[in-house]
Design a binder for this molecule. Structure first.
Ligand code: PMT
Length: 220
């Protein structure tokens, strides 16, 4: 099912969570399974595009042989891989759930259970999407926004602040939506404020619907 708008296009997709190490055996992470990002990568490849998929730790497997998979662990690793690949890309779709903070110190030995309370200092991670947007030549930049409230307002703020071409709002709370599920329902918002809602559907189907809408609005 090639789509001539994708043939020859190089698309970078980020997926999954990041793990931020506390010590050699523990980390701070989140519930992202990688399914949404992998579905997008598979759909781009099925439509004829070249995909670099940069993914945090996940059980997902790629099916399409054309997808170049770069496994990473932390936000810093993910940033480094994005930086290496970005200048060759035509588009970036940033579906990863990147940790906003990491432990300021990762202990070299396992933390012992000696204290009743343990304080962990966190420091801010780099924002990968903002880096990509600030360093684009003519790439189209599509972000995601995961929100639990005021979704449209917060997503529009991210769209503007990070200078994106479009943002996919994933408002969680309803069954079947967001982390770990095989289905999803999102809103796609463009920088001219055009908004499209996508009803609950499989992440695979949604990936094709989103890509079609992105192509129509960003390139035609
Ligand atoms: O993986 P699944 O289980 O299938 O779930 C899919 C999903 C819910 C993870 C996905 O649809 C989704 O919403 N991904 C974005 C999650 C997120 O971290 O959103 P955010 O609003 O915190 O981040 C905004 C954007 O900035 C995102 O594009 C994110 O990738 C990017 N970001 C955030 C922080 C950071 N340090 N660097 C980033 O690049």
């Amino acid at each position: 099912c090639y789509d001539k708008r994708f043939v020859g296009k190089k698309v970078l997709v980020t997926a999954g969570p990041t793990y931020e190490a506390l010590d050699p055996v523990r980390f701070i992470g989140n519930h992202s399974s990688g399914k949404m990002g992998f579905a997008l990568a598979e759909a781009v490849a099925a439509l004829g595009g070249d995909v670099v998929l940069i993914t945090g730790p996940t059980n997902q497997k790629v099916k399409h042989k054309q997808i170049q998979v770069i496994p990473v662990v932390s936000a810093n690793d993910m940033l480094e891989s994005v930086q290496k690949n970005w200048s060759q890309m035509d588009m970036g779709i940033f579906a990863a759930a990147v940790a906003d903070y990491r432990p300021a110190h990762s202990e070299t030995q396992k933390i012992k259970k000696t204290q009743d309370q343990l304080e962990i200092i966190l420091e801010k991670n780099p924002d990968i999407l903002s880096w990509a947007s600030a360093n684009k030549t003519d790439q189209k930049v599509v972000g995601f926004a995961l929100e639990t409230q005021n979704g449209i307002e917060y997503a529009q703020n991210k769209l503007e602040k990070k200078q994106l071409d479009a943002i996919v709002l994933n408002e969680i709370g309803e069954p079947g939506v967001g982390f770990g599920t095989d289905t999803n329902s999102v809103k796609l918002i463009f920088k001219n404020n055009k908004l499209r809602s996508f009803e609950l559907q499989s992440k695979e189907q949604l990936a094709f619907s989103l890509l079609n809408e992105l192509m129509t609005n960003l390139y035609e």
